[in-house]
Design a protein around this ligand. Structure first.
Ligand code: NAD
Length: 248
């Protein structure tokens, strides 16, 4: 019987960085499940990427549904080899105006759902020869950025979780790594930067390469961390940032 190609899940794969990661995976012949909330966006992504792209509509903040979601993917498409926890939300607001509910909402999507989805996928990976997990952090976890308190807390948690997952899961054949994108041209960064020229200038001033990154730059890094070329790499946070994190 012909061996099926690898299977990946990319959360938030219908747009921005997630879509670019899915595109790189599909180009590498990896069957790629993209999970998102917006069915129209997911269908458009599939049209663009072709039949190796499998759209699955779900709200990852609905934690109770995640075990069944993963089971449905495994039943329909076989064992998951790669998980990219890319879906995330941001909120720019001054510290004293952030409500407890808003803070929790960001943490729920950016941290708790990453944990819950990873746990369900790992249960399957353990019985199927291991795999690779890639989490997505941000410059907000590398240095202090004002007006993004909940987002910063969430991305710092992601980096800590990457290390904890890597030490616990690597002995069992699951490598866990993290990409820290710098400032990448997507809807999310446009919202944060376009009406705030001072912030944009600050970003560019401390980015030695002098330009925003592209979603495809993150896609290339994800493909590297997902495959055998990185077989001895686990627990790292890889900045893909044009030097922003070390910029003066
Ligand atoms: P984006 O808003 O274009 O994409 C995020 C995706 O996540 C969207 O498709 C959205 O629908 C999905 N998503 C959000 N909540 C979800 C939920 N509850 N259930 C299912 N899907 C959900 O943003 P992006 O810029 O492509 O960001 C992708 C990741 O990269 C995020 O984790 C973000 O924090 C991180 N990041 C982005 C930048 C940047 O400059 N754009 C920088 C650093 C980190």
């Amino acid at each position: 019987m012909e061996q099926r190609s690898k299977l990946a899940i990319v959360t938030g794969g219908g747009s921005g960085i997630g879509l670019a990661i899915a595109a790189k995976f599909v180009q590498a012949n990896i069957r790629t499940v993209i999970i998102g909330r917006d069915e129209k966006k997911l269908r458009a992504a599939q049209q663009q990427l072709g039949t190796l792209c499998i759209p699955v509509s779900a709200d990852l903040a609905q934690l109770n549904n995640l075990p069944a979601l993963v089971q449905q993917i495994v039943t329909g498409h076989g064992p998951v080899n790669i998980l990219v926890n890319n879906a995330g939300i941001n909120m720019k607001k001054i510290f004293t105006e952030v409500t407890d509910e808003e803070f929790q909402r960001i943490l729920l999507t950016n941290v708790t759902s990453v944990f819950a989805l990873s746990r369900e996928v790992v249960k399957h990976m353990l019985g199927n020869g291991g795999g690779a997990i890639i989490n997505i952090s941000s410059m907000a976890a590398q240095y202090g950025i004002p007006k993004v308190i909940a987002y910063t807390a969430s991305k710092s948690a992601i980096e800590g979780m990457t290390q904890a997952m890597a030490v616990e899961l690597s002995p069992q054949g699951i490598r866990v790594n993290c990409i820290a994108p710098g400032f990448i041209a997507t809807d999310m960064s446009a919202k944060a930067l376009n009406n705030d020229p001072e912030r944009k200038q600050k970003v560019m001033m401390r980015t030695p390469m002098g330009v925003l990154g592209t979603p495809a730059d993150i896609g290339d890094a994800a493909l590297f961390l997902a495959g055998d070329a990185s077989r001895y790499i686990t627990g790292v946070v890889l900045p893909v940032d044009g030097g922003n994190s070390i910029g003066f």
